[in-house]
Design a protein around this ligand. Structure first.
Ligand SMILES: Cc1cc2nc3c(=O)[nH]c(=O)nc-3n(C[C@H](O)[C@H](O)[C@H](O)COP(=O)(O)OP(=O)(O)OC[C@H]3O[C@@H](n4cnc5c(N)ncnc54)[C@H](O)[C@@H]3O)c2cc1C
Length: 382
């Protein structure tokens, strides 16, 4: 059962409960094996699609199930409780489809999004390059106009879903000298000649959420696949990241909830010196601090969501929610492992997986340092 959250409706909770049931029955039982064997979380796409999850960020006229951002966020929390790798795979799909939704024309929407909503097509979002993800305006991938086409050349790194995607939203410079204003965004079908995709990176955590290096060598993309005007790509990417940072916050909340529950169960059942661990004040204080930070992260996340739903600017709130929730997940999963003692350090239990899964949340979609920069700029009025 999902708890009542300020700002959520009964309908949001009914949707999240249905997703939670699916996640417990279908995702949780294979989460450990997915981690061990690193098989792709895309195996869950058909089941998730039946519940409308793959299109939750899309409007009904494009095939979305017509749920609120709150229902979507709460659904992602329940998925992450069961399997964070699956939530990461869905998040990458939302990155790609959100970029198309935000930057694309009605024609592009019609052509590409309905089949993404049904899960038939998977999307990817290719912004990061080997020379640095934190400063994307410095990218080196270029797009040169030749008649009705652009020719794309460059390398993108750590692109989730790339190998399994139907298309990637690729960000490339149409003007090398113009910094962020020189970036444009393109819908790039994955099977175009000139695209090479590596084998999946060997990741520390979320091992079912595959990420790849993508090489583009003279890839010819129709000009009709450009999103918006030339030079508008960076703005599109930043808007997408405002949304997706809340998805990362949701994943953080889900992992932390699972870890806290495991820690409480363990504290109640584990006997030390003939008494349950839960009777020790030092353990109770740990659990209290974990719960406190978890609830504070929920508060920041719901506040950012409320602004998003009210169509107000929420970049700063989204950065705060992502930063706080991801750091909270690091703290809570580590404390939960500590409460389990040596057992927590083994692969017999999911605690060490929670720690590894939570670690990426402080790095991708803008590292903690970059979130602090965004928040500070806002405080300083830049
Ligand atoms: C599993 C995984 C999946 C990913 N999926 C995608 C994806 O689907 N699409 C995509 O485009 N990218 C994706 N990424 C890339 C991810 O967003 C980047 O790794 C991230 O933005 C950081 O970039 P970087 O790794 O190049 O680190 P760098 O930018 O090299 O940064 C290294 C360190 O320096 C710090 N740093 C950098 N600049 C500053 C600064 N100005 N001030 C203070 N500190 C700074 C950073 O915070 C970080 O700690 C993924 C990454 C991983 C690991």
């Amino acid at each position: 059962m999902t708890f009542l959250r300020l700002g959520s409706t009964e309908e949001d909770q009914t949707i999240a409960d249905a997703v939670a049931r699916f996640a417990q029955e279908n995702l949780a039982p294979v989460a450990q094996a997915m981690d061990e064997e690193a098989f792709s979380a895309t195996r869950h796409v058909p089941g998730l699609s039946e519940l409308g999850v793959m299109g939750m960020n899309l409007p009904e006229h494009l095939g979305g199930p017509g749920v609120t951002p709150t229902a979507m966020l709460m659904s992602l929390v329940t998925i992450s409780r069961a399997c964070a790798a699956t939530s990461s795979m869905i998040g990458a799909h939302y990155l790609g489809t959100d970029a198309l939704l935000i930057g694309g024309s009605a024609e592009q929407h019609e052509q590409w999004l309905p089949r993404c909503a049904t899960g038939e097509w998977l999307a990817a979002f290719a912004l990061t390059e080997p020379r640095g993800g934190s400063h994307p305006a410095d990218m080196r991938t270029k797009a040169v106009r030749e008649g009705d086409e652009y020719v794309l050349t460059g390398i993108k790194h750590f692109i989730s879903n790339a190998a399994e995607s139907r298309f990637m939203i690729v960000f490339a410079k149409t003007d090398m000298e113009a910094g962020a204003r020189g970036v444009s965004a393109f819908i790039v079908p994955r099977d175009l000649p000139g695209i090479q995709i590596s084998s999946p990176e060997k990741l520390m955590g979320i091992r079912g959420g595959h990420a790849f290096e993508v090489s583009l060598e003279g890839v010819r993309v129709p000009a009709a696949n450009r999103l918006g005007e030339e030079g508008h790509g960076f703005k599109i990417a930043m808007k997408v990241l405002d949304n997706s940072r809340l998805d990362v916050a949701a994943t953080s909340l889900g992992i932390a909830e699972a870890a806290l529950q495991a820690a409480a169960d363990w504290a109640n059942q584990r006997l030390v010196g003939g008494e349950p661990l839960a009777t020790k004040q030092a353990i109770q204080f740990k659990l209290a601090d974990m719960k406190l930070r978890l609830e504070a992260a929920w508060g920041l996340t719901m506040q950012a969501l409320a602004l998003r739903q009210a169509k107000q600017s929420f970049s700063q709130q989204s950065a705060m929610a992502k930063l706080y929730a991801s750091e909270m997940a690091g703290f809570v999963t580590d404390e939960a492992l500590q409460i389990h003692g040596g057992y927590g350090y083994t692969r017999e239990m999911p605690l060490e997986r929670y720690v590894r899964d939570a670690r990426i949340l402080r790095i991708y979609e803008g590292s903690s340092e970059i979130q602090r920069t965004i928040i500070a700029r806002s405080v300083l009025g830049y």
